[in-house]
Design a protein around this ligand. Sequence first.
Ligand code: DP6
Length: 360
Amino acid sequence: MISEKDFIPSEYTRSIEKGNFKWSAPSNIALVKYWGKKDNQIPANPSISFTLNNCKTITSLAFEKREPDGNFSFDLLFEGKPKEDFKPKIRKFFERIEAYLPFLKEYHFTINTENTFPHSSGIASSASGMAALAVNLMSIEKELNPEMTEDYFNQKASFLARLGSGSACRSVKGSIVIWGNHEETEGSSDLFGVEFSRNIHPIFKNYQDTILLVDKGEKQVSSTVGHDLMHNHPYAEKRFEQAHINLSKIKTLLESGDLQEFIRIVESEALTLHAMMLTSMPYYILMKPNTLEIINRIWKFRNETNIPVCFTLDAGANVHILYPENVREEVLELIKNELVGFCQNSQYICDEIGFGAKKL
Ligand code: DP6
């Protein structure tokens, strides 16, 4: 089994004075949710997600050799302007990954990052952001060690991204990624995401995710705090067990294309995630009244039309509407006629399943 040690590089064969890379990395939406973690960003249960296509972070990384002084040295720009409040998160990320990228203190970095989705849309940019930074850093390591294989590159990028934000490890590759040890998934690991490489049923090709922006405000309870509340949570152990079972089931459904069962698991996972929040101590609610309105209208529409559309939620009030491409028109009609009124400033984002990080 691959362990952390496998990501500590031996002496580099080359050196590089300076350079510049640019990558995009997408967001992802979990079908079976990661909720709860152990030390060092090890998930309490395995998860699986669709990699998205349109919601992404574009990050360029310029680097130049410097006289090491024992500190990290970097500037952070967001949409071209210095952004001091993002720096502590990046510094923490660098600290966590330094053992695996020993060159970090030898360079000054200029990180310039932007998102394709509206700022403060409530869409987590941590997954796409950390994945985009991780692949850029791997591009530097590849310069220092040109023999590196593509598999190692991707695996280590996912490993590094995980140390920035757990779900980020599922954003390096597409179109469906599993993260976390799962007995029934060969090669699965707590350390990095692996592509779900079995025969995915064609119904999932171009699967759509329309994200309804219900509440764009700052979350009352961050994901980090939420994960932490799974320690000593009365239902945690059962929930972790259930995630293993749901992952096994959903893998089968991704092959068979049985959307009815797929929907049952996906919606149950979303509601279970929020049930864990409702039953944490202290308890909290991230859904808003409009979240529930949207869910009820999706159910009504599905009952009346038999169109296989369902919802999922992440740790917030926004609703992800998932459906096959062949019912796109009908679902977009539903959204425009009935659901857009429940969105903040009528905003929603059309996305679909995608293929992971890209070098630009
Ligand atoms: C509800 O990956 O944001 O979206 O590891 O603390 O950065 P950290 O948490 P994060 O948690 C995401 C949780 C989730 C479910 C999921 O994406 O699997």
